[in-house]
Design a protein around this ligand. Sequence first.
Ligand code: SF4
Length: 262
Amino acid sequence: MVAVSGGKDSVALLHILVKIEKVFPKACLCAVTVDEGVRGYRDEALNFAIGNCRKLGINHVVTSFKELYSYSLDEIVKMTLEKGESGKGLTPCAYCGVLRRRALNLAARKAGVDKLATAHNLDDEAQTMLLNILHGDALRIARVKPVLAEVHPKFVQRVKPLCEVPEKEIALYAYLKRIEFQSVPCPYAPTALRSDIRVMLNRMEEKHAGIKFTLIKSVERIRPGLEAVAEEVKLQDCRECGEPTVGEICKPCQMLRKLDIR
Ligand code: SF4
């Protein structure tokens, strides 16, 4: 199953995987889109996702925050502002990332697939490495890999086939292939620390070509050391929803609880 947002990376990945799949008749490909509920942004992206899947003849599942959590991201953001949660470091992207990961896993599990491919590119990966360090969670780097470990039967294994491809090259591929995708950025993106890291890394890349790739390669070299000191994560069922989690209550339930949604 391919996670298709409707942006250039995920749509390009879908086109590439469809091409590859033809050589492997036993493989079966489908797609999923999570509609977070961002007015004027996701609705347009969703149309690009639907259009591309239709054109390629791919089974496509659409799931949404509203359907899963009863509220859209816009509504959640409004609630965080009213409750003052946004001042505690919980940006719209913090909610979006956690709730979308859960939504993708639920959709992949329901579809019975054995891999969930996401379109994280080299730029995303380099940003994530720095984000983990800046969030004080350096050991998390050990878990951010091109093929994520299978840690629990309820988690569909995630793979990132484009994680060594620079964003600009994917954009070029999409333009050359005349692939239709959404190019408008999410209105919440500038609120996230990731956005500042993106600007910083892009500036550095302009002056020192190849720096993002060097960062990823450096992390690969220290990963075995990090894996050796990182404690093995013990998962148990969330007391509220039954999904696997490290504590008693999973992150999505904690977030929704804070907003009195659960
Ligand atoms: Fe979600 Fe943030 Fe991405 Fe917008 S920029 S889709 S809020 S993670």
